[in-house]
Design a protein around this ligand. Structure first.
Ligand code: NAD
Length: 294
């Protein structure tokens, strides 16, 4: 029989991801803060739970998909949390984007707990569309044996699923992902303003750019946002700002230079400061427009 899964955090990403598990036949019990998300889980064939403790008690595998480090620490380590209530030998897969050292600390806390609970970090890339389509990239840190056990489950919503190293390695790769996406988004935004101010047809320009070396997943997936100036998330500026803090800390820890990454982090912070934190991160374009007097 397929393992029983507890899913904690049914947001933009967690809802569609958990529904892929349900469709694949996994029994899923879920918990999250918004009541309407629990209703959605029930409608999809899952079982809503009133607390983390209730969700994890009977689970073989526990997945967390929460906003950031403080929520992951509270849900995993709190008195009512995962480690306190998981059954012996359960596998905790944290798919949130957090600092690599948070993933290492979780694995250490699980080992110290004496129940044989195992931990993987498994952040994802591909955005809301990737979650809905089941086409995410999943970057995993932890032991090879635990990765082998988790791989079929991760494959229900992931098309590229890879173990990148020990605990925290998945988060380090995700930090690199967020660095590349932020810098690329900013470059695309600057190109959009240059093109428009020059009177070139933007849709045509983006098409031909997409066919050459400048083409990227960022350019093609954010094309609609650039053309319409609509910034419904998607991936919120607030979350990418959080991630740029992780990138900056991770780079400082190993002495890696971030000349463009630090500029992108500043621009993400300024997007937040001007009130765009709840918008999709393609709203970096609004900052270039402001600087350009557009
Ligand atoms: P979200 O804010 O939409 O969802 C987070 C969910 O966590 C919410 O449903 C909330 O109720 C729940 N939650 C928070 N605290 C909780 C608690 N104490 N107990 C139970 N549930 C709790 O966020 P999201 O966009 O789904 O992102 C989740 C994670 O995935 C983040 O770390 C983000 O950086 C990462 N991520 C997001 C995207 C994206 O495009 N949205 C892409 C890749 C990675």
């Amino acid at each position: 029989a397929l393992p029983h899964v507890a899913w904690i955090g049914l947001g933009v990403m967690g809802s569609p991801m958990s529904e892929h598990l349900i469709k694949a036949g996994y029994p899923v019990t879920g918990h999250t803060l918004e009541a309407h998300k629990l209703d959605r889980l029930a409608a999809a064939g899952g079982t809503p739970a009133a607390s983390v403790a209730e969700a994890v008690r009977g689970a073989d595998v526990i997945v967390t998909m929460l906003p950031a480090d403080p929520q992951v620490e509270a849900v995993a380590l709190g008195a009512d949390g995962v480690l306190a209530h998981a059954r012996p030998g359960a596998l905790l897969i944290d798919m949130s984007t957090v600092a690599p050292r948070t993933s290492v600390a979780l694995a250490e806390a699980a080992a110290a707990g004496g129940k044989g609970v195992r931990v993987l970090d498994a952040p994802v890339s591909g955005g809301e569309a990737g979650a809905v389509e089941g086409a995410l990239s999943v970057m995993v840190g932890g032991t090879a044996a635990d990765f082998a056990a988790a791989k079929p489950l991760l494959g229900t919503f992931g098309t590229t699923v890879a173990r990148c190293g020990g605990h925290g390695a998945g988060q380090t790769v995700k930090a690199a992902n967020q660095l590349i996406v932020a810098v690329t988004l900013q470059a695309c935004a600057e190109a959009v303003v240059l093109l428009e101010k020059s009177g070139v047809d933007l849709a045509t320009a983006l098409d031909v750019l997409g066919g050459g070396l400048a083409g990227s997943a960022v350019l093609s997936r954010k094309r609609r946002n650039f053309l319409t100036r609509e910034y419904a998330p998607g991936f919120r500026v607030d979350l990418h700002h959080k991630d740029m803090g992780i990138v900056t800390d991770a780079a400082r820890a190993v002495g890696a230079a971030l000349p463009l990454g630090s500029a992108a982090a500043t621009l993400m912070a300024s997007a937040r400061a001007r009130g765009d934190g709840g918008l999709d991160h393609s709203a970096l374009l609004r900052g270039v427009e402001l600087l350009s007097g557009t």
